[in-house]
Design a protein around this ligand. Structure first.
Ligand SMILES: [Zn+2]
Length: 136
């Protein structure tokens, strides 16, 4: 990834961070299966949550592990080897933005659910978790 031109990199970054990613679609599929109605990409809310359950004021973020820095034991949260300072600053900004958006949402009375990208590969356990959080 470090051999890319800046233009190509930002194009890639835009794509990686875009809406309707595969992990997001997995979560939406599970919500539908659980009979939960949801809205998408709610503008006007801090951080434009990926999925919202408006009447219950629940905001769901489906976070890419690399960009949003899932924990160190996550195999998707790798550290680029070159330009490490550039990446560290970028990751710090991403993380600070997430923290601030979530704090603002909470102040507005929203409950936050974060689903990490790597958690969407195990559909069964994700479904159990979402059911427990949102249905039971
Ligand atoms: Zn992860």
């Amino acid at each position: 990834m470090d051999n890319l031109t800046p233009a190509r990199r930002s194009e890639l970054m835009r794509r990686v961070r875009s809406k309707n990613t595969k992990p997001e679609l997995e979560v939406r599929r599970i919500l539908s299966r659980l009979g939960i109605r949801y809205g998408l990409h709610k503008r006007g809310l801090p951080g434009t949550p990926d999925i919202v359950l408006s009447t219950r004021r629940i905001a769901i973020f489906v976070h890419g592990c690399f960009w949003h820095r899932h924990n160190k034991s996550c195999r998707l949260t790798s550290n680029p080897k070159s330009r490490s300072e550039f990446w560290r600053e970028k990751f710090d900004r991403n993380r600070a933005r997430d923290t601030s958006n979530q704090a603002r949402l909470k102040r507005l009375g929203w409950r936050i659910v974060v689903v990490w990208q790597c958690q969407t590969s195990n559909q069964d356990s994700l479904e159990r978790r979402l059911k427990k959080l949102l249905v039971d």
